[in-house]
Write a protein that binds this ligand. Structure first.
Ligand code: M6R
Length: 605
């Protein structure tokens, strides 16, 4: 992944580059770098680690110049150190890159046989050297076009040239790239969020396109090198919600604002006067849909898995779920009577975007459920259902997961009612419960103190297991994922009924086992599975919305969330698991918002 930025201005650009890089850190935080042009010299500064470090370097030794590029890296080729940090520069050219050049080894060998030397282990440096070679014969634009023809893989690029100090060239294949416009200043960025503090006027490059920026002009070209015009979008101003306020970190803010984001989402889709759902413009008439295919990665994939149970329960639609990185390489039999749904917080996840592209090539109807409505996935799908969660900055997805679940549930109810598969009474009751959901989430957050106590029990353990049945199985997967990514402790999510087929062997005296047990049709079965774990010494943490039954003495800790109905319990039972992962990570002193080795938006395969 990685984030790139470029600014051409009539005033010094380094401060704005640093500020934009801070916003792009969700894409990678292994290293950071900047290159500016001043007095016919490329001035490159880089560091391993965070943008904060780069800022310290610039405070001691400022980077001057009215034109520049910047980068935050999530390492793919080469360890995260200063040498491998971007930009990669020669005396004449400096390049920042997001993506992967798949034929970089071959290109490197070719260039080495010509006597050229490489400083880094990255795939990006071949781009710098190729452009430098072409510049001996051609102008910048032609040099870049010639270079791009040699590259296989994905990229978003920002390039500056020592001998052409007015221009920045940007190019896109696969990885996203936005252009922003302002008076006497134009910008290039991996997304509009990075440019928001400078402009709300944005164009998005499509695959194969290239742009040339100066402080006063922007020109666009297609991959046949023809000049083209691009649409300008005015982006919404939700800047104020990207601040962590009094919270210790973004993750705790995002967990605690879930009652508000859930309310916003419910209000957007529910007409409480008519007790109905406001969703229109279906790409396929709901009655005609043969099959639904839901695709996502990580947490978004888990939301699809939960939705599977809902759709099966409330509709007769056949439903299939897939992980995007698998879907894109399967030999799928596409069908125009199916609806293909892509779930993604960022809307930029490379695997999900590629899976969507395959559907488009096969002329089937697509829908995206996204948080970032200006994203590639949203722009490329036939139908977009936003989750209205506002910017999610913490790498671990929390409020976006709840938003995805809410929208998927609303979609399920709508399809069910339009297909005449739910009776009016249940439909009304389910909508009423949805309206009560934000308050119930708020109440669930009151469990924080108890969860803080429980979190101590996980620190010394050799691992932990999260178990559930039905829609609580994917919630168990999500709970385990949150704990893994935030606290670096091993955690497994499993269907409770599957334990006896192998994983029960992992249970030993004192192993923490989290049981997710809503009062649904699986409850009694889950209780039996709990007994199996207790009998083998597992330390049980039992989370339920069941008000009636008293919890067994053998249960180490019990947590009760409010009860709304068997569908919304999935949403409420998620919240204690988010808090648990958060508090374990806090005790372990982990970097909550930026867990090691990860990035918020995974824009590489
Ligand atoms: O932006 P997306 O929803 O497409 O991202 C998908 C996953 O990368 C993401 O959910 C990831 O699993 C989260 N870090 C989990 O907390």
């Amino acid at each position: 992944m990685c984030g790139i930025i470029g600014i051409a201005s009539n005033k010094p650009v380094s401060i704005n580059i640093i500020n934009s890089l801070k916003k792009l850190e969700y894409r990678g935080y292994d290293s950071a770098g900047i290159a500016t042009l001043k007095n016919d010299l490329i001035n490159e500064k880089k560091c391993s680690g965070r943008v904060e470090e780069l800022e310290k370097i610039l405070l001691k030794s400022p980077s001057e110049g009215n034109i520049g590029i910047g980068h935050v890296r999530w390492a793919t080729h080469g360890v995260p150190n200063v040498i491998n940090a971007h930009p990669h520069s020669t005396e004449n050219v400096s390049v920042v890159h997001n993506g992967i050049i798949e034929n970089s080894d071959d290109l490197k060998k070719e260039l080495e046989t010509k006597g050229l030397k490489f400083k880094s282990q990255t795939d990006t440096e071949v781009i710098t050297l190729l452009i430098t070679e072409e510049l001996k014969k051609f102008e910048p634009l032609e040099s870049v076009f010639k270079t791009l023809k040699k590259l296989k893989g994905s990229f978003a690029l920002g390039i500056i040239f020592k001998d052409f100090p007015e221009i920045i060239i940007g190019a896109r294949r696969g990885s996203p790239l936005a252009v922003g416009y302002s008076k006497d200043e134009n910008y290039l960025g991996s997304d509009s969020y990075a440019l928001k503090s400078m402009t709300n006027k944005i164009s998005y490059l499509d695959d194969g396109e290239l742009c040339v920026l100066t402080k006063n002009s922007v020109s666009f070209y297609d991959d046949n090198e023809n000049k083209i015009n691009k649409k300008t979008h005015i982006i919404s101003d939700d800047e104020n919600i990207s601040d962590k306020g009094d919270y210790k970190n973004f993750m705790s803010k995002e967990i605690f604002e879930q009652p508000i984001t859930a309310k916003k989402c419910v209000n957007e889709y529910i007409d409480s006067l008519k007790n109905d759902i406001n969703i229109y413009n279906f790409p396929i008439e709901p009655k005609e849909i043969k099959k639904l295919i839901l695709v996502g990665c990580g947490t978004a994939y888990h939301s699809c898995l939960v939705a599977k149970y809902w759709f099966e329960e409330l509709t007769s639609i056949d439903i299939e779920i897939d992980i995007a990185s698998e879907f894109r390489y399967r030999n799928i039999k596409f069908n125009t009577e199916n609806l293909y749904v892509f779930v993604s917080q960022s809307g930029e996840t490379a695997d999900t975007a590629a899976a969507l592209d395959i559907c488009k090539k096969n002329n089937v109807k697509t829908c995206s459920i996204v948080n970032v409505i200006e994203s590639t996935i949203a722009r490329n799908s036939d139908w977009v259902l936003p989750i209205h969660a506002g910017p999610e900055i913490g790498v671990a997805s929390t409020k976006a997961f709840l938003g995805q679940l809410i929208v998927l549930y609303i979609l399920c109810l709508k399809f069910s009612s339009m297909r005449g598969e739910i009776d009016k009474k249940l439909y009304n009751q389910n909508i009423n419960n949805l309206i009560k959901l934000p308050e119930a989430i708020k109440e669930t957050l009151n469990l924080e103190n108890n969860i803080q106590l429980i979190s101590k029990e996980f620190i010394e353990a050799r691992g932990s297991m999260f178990l559930g049945r039905g829609s609580s199985f994917p919630i168990a997967l999500e709970g385990a994922l949150k704990l893994k990514e935030l606290s670096y402790l091993h955690a497994e999510g499993y269907p409770a009924g599957e334990m006896k087929h192998g994983p029960l062997a992992l249970i030993e005296e004192g192993l923490p086992v989290i049981i997710i047990a809503p009062k649904d049709k699986y409850f009694e079965k889950t209780l039996s599975n709990t007994q199996e774990v207790i009998a083998r010494g597992g330390k049980i943490f039992f989370i339920t919305d069941n008000k009636k039954d008293s919890l067994s003495d053998n249960i180490r800790f019990g947590l009760r969330v409010p009860h709304l109905d068997c569908f919304l319990s999935s949403i409420l039972l998620t919240v204690p698991l988010q808090l648990l992962a958060y508090h374990v990570a806090l005790l372990k002193n982990c970097d909550i918002d930026k867990p090691r080795n990860l990035a918020k938006s995974v824009t590489v395969e």
